[in-house]
Design a protein around this ligand. Structure first.
Ligand SMILES: [Zn+2]
Length: 142
């Protein structure tokens, strides 16, 4: 319980509308976890990448070549040897499935990069950015 009134101070504007409160160290300690859980910015990146889908694909990799980490955007020339390691990232993963379809968003020109993995080869396709199409409609479903 907060008993000392100097541990907290409720704030009101001129019309009596509540503005919030100032909390002393003891009062803040009581509610800190709750406040942070509700209002602290998420640590996850703004764009949620389906990394687990990619991990699943890597785990069950049954193509006749090693896992490929390179991505190239033939529309703007952006390219990387290891998309997961770039800082800042040049390509964001937007889709991956066990069938071997992996999609990226080029961070330079927003193009959609599709990598289709076949038994013996990878076919890469770059499509210019089209805002009206949802990236979520990409896959062939589960
Ligand atoms: Zn590009």
């Amino acid at each position: 319980m907060i008993s000392k009134t100097d541990d907290f101070q409720e704030l009101f504007d001129a019309s009596g509308k509540p503005l919030g409160a100032l909390l002393g160290p003891d009062a803040w300690a009581l509610v800190r976890e709750t406040v942070l859980a509700h209002f602290a910015p998420q640590t996850a990146p703004a764009v949620e990448e389906p990394i687990q889908d990619w991990r699943d694909l890597v785990q069950f990799w049954d193509f006749n070549y090693p896992v490929d980490h390179d991505v190239t955007c033939e529309l703007c020339g952006n390219s990387t040897n290891a998309w997961e390691l770039d800082e800042p990232r040049k390509f964001m993963l937007t889709a991956a499935n066990l069938g071997g379809l992996v999609a990226f968003r080029c961070q330079s020109c927003q193009a959609k990069i599709l990598k289709r993995h076949f038994k013996d080869c990878v076919k890469t396709e770059a499509k210019p950015f089209m805002p009206e199409k949802s990236i979520r409609n990409l896959g062939r479903g589960k």
